[in-house]
Design a protein around this ligand. Structure first.
Ligand code: ADP
Ligand code: ASP
Ligand code: MG
Length: 243
């Protein structure tokens, strides 16, 4: 059983939350699953980094912004691997390029073109949990790229596709996909299941709960996405071909 689990920024917001995610991952690994974890930058890190860069150069070169912003996810990956390791479960963190994630060279909005899964497979075969930094890859020229805001979802789905994973779970700060933003509309209704097409329409109308590219990739590769709460054991939402 190979499982890809992605944790978003709020779900990694402080040490306690990283610990809770690490506990879940280590539990699966102990049951014998191979686990690939994809992490976002913690909390508001990416927003804060963008603001800091703007103080120095409001029109910072896109290449340099990507080199800089990718560090947010790398910090999470290192922390998560250490948290999992502290539970006695061997784990290794990988940057996007170490994980073999190749993209085009559109800095700030790069698209994944292929993944060379050799390194990840090697680490999994050695019995390790692999923690991959989301939101990033490497261009043919060897430059660091980022996938656009919210792009860690796309890293997770792409890894699930290229690794032929059995499950792809996106852990976030709400317990699934709703017909409208549940934070703004308490009467919002949760979908138990939603089709790729309907999910893409929701995203077009502003639901940023999943990155649009992640849903397109899932549709194209037949990946069933489970959107789950990082904080509760609620059933969540399945995004798949069928409603
Ligand atoms: P993460 O950091 O886990 O990637 P995001 O902030 O990108 O989380 O996405 C989760 C947020 O999406 C929720 O906190 C919620 O406010 C918002 N959201 C907007 N529309 C929807 C919707 N239709 N269903 C669920 N969440 C939604
Ligand atoms: N940290 C990046 C962002 O805020 C990527 C992500 O969270 O998926 O957009
Ligand atoms: Mg997101």
């Amino acid at each position: 059983m190979l499982i890809v689990q992605k944790y978003g920024g709020t779900s990694l917001g402080d040490a306690g939350r990283i610990q809770a995610a690490a506990d879940r991952v280590a539990g699966l690994a102990r049951q014998g699953a191979q686990v690939v974890v994809v992490v976002s930058a913690q909390g508001d890190t990416t927003d804060e980094m963008i603001a800091r860069a703007a103080q120095l150069n409001p029109r910072g070169a896109a290449r340099e912004m990507d080199a800089y912003l990718a560090a947010g996810e790398q910090m999470s990956a290192g922390l998560m691997a250490m948290a999992i390791g502290a539970l006695g479960c061997p784990a290794v963190s990988l940057t996007g390029w170490q994980a073999g994630i190749h993209t085009d060279a559109r800095f700030g909005n790069a698209r994944i073109q292929s993944i060379d899964p050799e390194r990840i497979r090697k680490e999994l075969a050695a019995g390790k949990v692999v923690v991959t930094a989301g939101f990033q890859g490497v261009s043919d020229a060897g430059d660091v790229t980022t996938l656009g805001r919210g792009g860690s979802d796309t890293t997770a789905v792409a890894l699930a596709a290229w690794l032929d994973a059995d499950r792809c779970q996106i852990f976030t700060d709400v317990d699934g996909v709703y017909d409208r933003d549940p934070r703004r509309y308490p009467e919002a209704i949760r979908f138990g299941r939603i089709s790729y097409e309907k999910m893409l329409r929701l995203i077009e109308n502003g639901a940023q709960v999943l990155h649009d590219r992640s849903v397109e990739l899932a549709r194209d590769h037949g990946i069933r996405i489970e959107v789950l709460s990082a904080f509760t054991g609620a059933p969540g939402t399945i995004v798949s071909a069928l409603e």
